[in-house]
Design a protein around this ligand. Structure first.
Ligand code: FMN
Length: 325
């Protein structure tokens, strides 16, 4: 089992921070599906320190999703330290520092992946947060800014020496975006030099790939992002594989029950009207790859109210059940 500082997780599987996706309703579902740790989307340290209502809302949590990792981003040591305090006050079990976001809006402020170019900034920022943060602290990095910039092993060593409790590595350079493959060989190299746990991340789209990543890299934990978006069952499937059992795909009835529960959490948080709007997008996500899903997507395009969406969903899943052998 994976231990991050003082926190013992129930397995080695972590849900990645995904902006616009890993909100409270989805995290609750991922937890139920067997993720050992779930992560908020990246949250602006500045916004937290300024007490912005919208930013503080990202910290909303529920005991059922715990332990929770809260990811913050920023470039100023003082505001990052203060943001970490706020996150911990509001229930963060782990604080994660974003050092990998390549998005222009973020890097132009010196935050996210821009930090990978400035080791002294990494040191100042991490040591300030370390002092302020009584819970386990992690840093999530990419391989570096670009292939000819600072060495990944150097950055990783610096992060370890500054007191982080674990390192999360998505082995692509910021300059790569999502192109090419994640370089799992680099996870191996980093793991071989580190004392703190190394969590591998990148391109785990199938349950078997989580086991393959661990076998190839020796990483202590596996973080999954895009692979869990359409298939949140992936955690359950990996846990089954690790127990020597075949990974089961959810039946149509299980899928429907999952979706209904997700909607229920959404409605509770946002109200039925807003939930119905979000639900349409989720239905598209959760029906992807299933038989007749393109017709289903067409059917629900114009539907706005909750009851009609549920009726369309019922019809779709009943159809699938009838097709089951
Ligand atoms: C839509 C989307 C949003 C993301 N948001 C964040 C974020 O808020 N913080 C972060 O550190 N990484 C973010 N990432 C990167 C993922 O956490 C992860 O490192 C990356 O997707 C590689 O893992 P995967 O191949 O399992 O998806 C995001 C990625 C995507 C596709």
């Amino acid at each position: 089992m994976l231990r991050i500082g003082s926190l013992q997780l129930k397995n080695r599987l972590i849900m990645a921070p995904l902006a616009g996706i890993t909100n409270l309703p989805f995290r609750l579902m991922l937890k139920k599906m067997g993720a050992g740790l779930v992560t908020t989307e990246m949250i602006s340290a500045k916004g937290l320190v300024l007490g912005e209502k919208k930013t503080l809302a990202y910290l909303m949590s529920d005991p059922a999703e715990k332990p929770l990792s809260v990811q913050i981003f920023g470039s100023e040591p003082e505001s990052m330290a203060e943001a970490a305090r706020i996150a911990v006050d509001r229930g963060a079990d782990v604080v994660d520092i974003n050092m990998g976001c390549p998005v222009k809006k973020v890097v132009k402020t010196g935050a996210g992946a821009a930090l990978l170019q400035t080791p002294e900034k990494i040191r100042d920022l991490l040591s300030a947060v370390r002092k302020a943060c009584p819970v386990p602290l992690t840093a999530k990095i990419r391989s570096g800014w670009r292939p000819d910039s600072l060495d990944t092993l150097y950055i990783a060593g610096l992060i370890e020496d500054t007191g982080a409790d674990a390192l999360i590595l998505h082995p692509r350079f910021a300059s790569q975006g999502f192109s090419g493959n994640a370089d799992w060989g680099l996870i191996r190299k980093v793991k071989d030099t580190m004392r703190i746990p190394v969590i591998g991340n990148g391109d785990v789209f199938e349950p078997s790939l989580a086991l393959k990543m661990r076998a190839q890299t020796g990483c202590d934990g596996v973080m999954i992002g895009r692979g869990a978006v359409g298939n949140p069952w992936i955690f359950k499937q990996i846990n089954a594989l690790e127990a020597g059992l075949p990974p089961q795909s959810p039946t149509p009835a299980e899928r429907k029950a999952f979706i209904m529960e997700h909607f229920h959490h959404l409605s509770r948080l946002k109200g039925e009207r807003a939930a119905a709007r979000i639900m349409r997008g989720l239905l598209i996500r959760y029906s992807k790859g299933l038989p007749h899903s393109s017709e289903f997507r067409g059917d629900i395009t114009g539907i706005k109210d909750f009851d009609s969406l549920v009726a369309a969903m019922d019809a779709f899943f009943i159809g699938l059940e009838e097709m089951e052998p």
